[in-house]
Design a protein. Structure first.
Length: 230
């Protein structure tokens, strides 16, 4: 029994080491990782939002934008720059960027960050509302994802649950004609989420940026022209 236990431990160790080596190899060959370092983005995901925004023109100076699942902060960096939240360009109105994540997020100039906060909790959502005051958001973004369990179906259900919480919160904070962008993993419940969004937004579409990895099941649901709650 002892030898079997030792064998299992060794197998797990080398399995993890092999996976780690594969990850490092993929990172070293990824052009977006290289560009992120060169352009001072915190991670490669910045290029997903930059690409989506270039095509769909979501971010504008003076907007109020909420970024759910913002760690390590690359989307928030993009938002701050695009909406002029750091007030760098005096020609344009100053925007407001609010980022939330369960993990610690290092400060980003121009952004209001709620680190180590669970977006789905009533306490965190109340804190976001307090930051908003009487203002409404132009855009709610979610790049949130649950920790992967290895069970695709279970992971899909969890990310749909996260997106549903974002959409419910969006109905409270969005301006009329506002927009929401949510990351999902493709699976059986995505049509239900899409149908729910169509009841709230005039325009709903799927978006898959080129910066998403080829082997990734991720896709984004974009809802525009929020109808408002009647």
């Amino acid at each position: 029994m002892y030898h079997l236990r030792v064998f299992v431990i060794i197998k797990r160790y080398y399995g993890k080491k092999h996976s780690s080596n594969l990850w490092l190899e993929r990172q070293s060959r990824d052009p977006y990782v290289k560009r992120a370092r060169e352009e001072d983005w915190r991670c490669r995901s910045a290029f997903k939002l930059l690409e989506i925004d270039a095509k769909h023109k979501l971010l504008k100076p003076g907007q109020l934008v909420i970024d759910c699942g913002c760690a390590p902060g690359s989307w928030t960096q993009v938002i701050v720059q695009k909406i002029n939240a750091n007030d760098n360009d005096m020609k344009w109105p100053k925007g407001t960027a609010i980022g939330i994540d369960l993990q610690h997020v290092n400060p980003i100039t121009g952004a209001i960050l709620l680190s180590k906060c669970d977006f789905t909790s009533a306490i965190t959502q109340a804190e976001i509302l307090q930051k908003l005051g009487n203002r409404k958001a132009d855009l709610v973004l979610s790049d949130m994802a649950p920790a992967c369990s290895g069970d695709r179906s279970m992971d899909h259900d969890k990310i749909i649950e996260l997106c549903s919480s974002v959409i419910r919160f969006s109905t409270v904070v969005l301006k009329k004609d506002g927009a929401v962008l949510c990351k999902i993993w493709m699976g059986g419940q995505q049509k239900l989420l899409e149908d729910a969004m169509r009841k709230l937004f005039l325009n709903v579409k799927y978006v898959k940026p080129n910066a998403s990895r080829d082997d990734s099941a991720e896709i984004y649901l974009l809802g525009r022209n929020f109808k408002g709650m009647t």
